[in-house]
Design a binder for this molecule. Sequence first.
Ligand code: SF4
Length: 190
Amino acid sequence: MHSYTYIAISQLNDFMFCPYSIYLHNVYMGSDEENYHATPQIKGKAAHERVDNKTASTRKDVLTSLPVYSETLGIMGKIDIYKGNEKLLIERKLHLKRIFKGQIYQLWAQYFCMIEMGYEVEHLAFYEISTNKTTPIDLPGEKGKIELISFIENFRNYNPTDMIVINPNKCLHCIYCNLCDKTDMENVYT
Ligand code: SF4
């Protein structure tokens, strides 16, 4: 087993948006243990739920909010929906005008967790609730896996004192804007 702490899949998109936001999140919101510390208990729970859900899947065939993790990639999180009969993993969003790379990384991350946990996944998709629209996403393949691993490594090695490029448009929509020492702007939510 790796000795490093696990990265929350849900933070991959935030890191893509702005690495510094992860630092602010941890400073101001506290690092919740589910995000940063995969204790054996949590992992055990994930494994048990997998077994429970697998039993249930023969009846329902649809799993929701399943905790997942990958020891290989050092990540953990929850999937949204898995349809066993279609081998389809779906992430629902209320609005999805465009799909960001960080969101695709999140879906790929969930996919690799599920594969490692023994589930069969052959299709990935986003589902936009507001429009009832499904958008299929290609499986990552080996190339995508290498890309994701390198992204996770960047996340793991990130140092908040590293220089970042400030994108005012992002800061304007960042929930940490008012707390952030990298900008004097105020976000649109105030
Ligand atoms: S306010 Fe700007 S620089 Fe600061 S965390 Fe948000 S996006 Fe990053």
